[in-house]
Design a protein around this ligand. Structure first.
Ligand code: CAA
Length: 289
């Protein structure tokens, strides 16, 4: 495997591009237009510069990794890619449209993967050119820091596809957890009900934001409290995942916390909009309740 195509140059896509380039792959990083793809690459440059400052890598390694990332618009250049990882918005219609587009250029021996956090792989495989060569590869945020990748074969995914993807993950020096194609896979199935419950706890006035997060940081030894983490992931993404759990299982235990819905409706989506459960307009985030 030589060339990795990454669709979506946001937080996840640029992280996937970074770790792939650092592992020696040629990366085609695409977004709806080349400006957005370039913005993603600029983020990778910043992250690599930080690693140079900390003396984790040298300038030569940084330049080599950056030189391996080529930014492109759309998916026209993906005929070259051995593996394409879709990391676009967590909306099924958008992903399906991308798979149809990529299907026009995907080689007969190439694999198409989705970084979806929760949408069923077997269902999305139906919009891909070959369900045997379609698979879920779920990275965690921030991709360069988090050591885990979930690999999710769909019902029709071939053993050869699972084996090739597992080899790829091993070259990124990350651990694999294999999950069945069930809603939320393993980690989000556990994480999102916790975040959702934290928003219920807040909405019911049991404790304020700072104490809910402090409780989990110190009482559970988590690096971030659930509300800080929700802001980090993005409240819209959290709600999307909760809704997938709720709609696909029909189980009322996954019903979204009303306050989470309200925050998303207000456009308070967390760090990316400057406000979520915390206000990020000053150097130290300030809890909003
Ligand atoms: N990109 C690259 N590196 C980053 C980074 C980023 N965005 N953010 C932090 N880092 C690095 C720092 O450079 C630092 O590296 P060194 O130790 O080598 O110096 C290290 O991570 C620790 O960072 P900080 O000291 O700045 O801050 P911290 O100790 O508070 O750690 C954190 C930050 C790593 C994000 C930590 O708080 C953490 O692990 N939080 C939980 C993250 C988490 O749970 N992620 C999963 C989210 S769920 C998901 O992704 C799945 C989904 O589908 C929704």
């Amino acid at each position: 495997m030589k060339t990795i195509g990454v669709i979506g140059a946001g937080q996840m896509g640029s992280g996937i591009a970074q770790v792939s380039a650092q592992a020696g792959y040629h990366v085609l990083l695409s977004d709806v237009d080349v400006d957005r793809a370039n913005k993603g690459k600029a983020g990778v440059e910043k992250a690599l510069n930080r690693l140079v400052d900390k003396e984790k890598i040298d300038a030569t390694a940084r330049d080599a990794a950056l030189g391996r990332i080529e930014t492109v618009a759309g998916s026209g250049s993906f005929a070259e890619a051995d593996l394409i990882v879709e990391a676009a918005t967590e909306k099924e219609a958008i992903k399906r449209a991308i798979f149809a587009e990529v299907g026009k250029v995907l080689r007969d021996d190439a694999i198409l993967a989705s970084n979806t956090s929760s949408i069923p792989i077997t269902r999305m495989a139906q919009a891909s050119p070959d369900p045997e060569r379609f698979i879920g590869i779920h990275f965690f945020n921030p991709v360069p820091v988090m050591g885990l990748i979930e690999v999710i074969p769909g019902l029709a995914t071939s053993k050869a596809t699972v084996a090739t993807v597992s080899e790829f993950v091993a070259t990124l020096k990350k651990e694999i957890v294999y999950a069945e194609d069930e809603p939320g896979f393993v980690v989000n199935r556990i994480l999102l009900p916790m975040i959702n419950e934290a928003v219920f706890v807040l909405g019911q006035g049991t404790a304020n934001i700072a104490d809910i997060d402090k409780g989990c940081r110190i009482g559970l030894n988590h690096p971030m409290g659930p509300l800080e983490l929700a802001d980090f992931v993005g409240l819209d993404t959290c709600l999307d995942i909760v809704m997938v759990l709720y709609n696909t299982t029909g189980d009322s235990k996954y019903r979204p916390a009303p306050l989470l819905v309200k925050y998303v409706e207000a456009g308070w989506l967390g760090r990316k909009t400057g406000r979520g459960f915390y206000d990020y307009s000053s150097a130290v985030p300030v809890p909003t309740r």
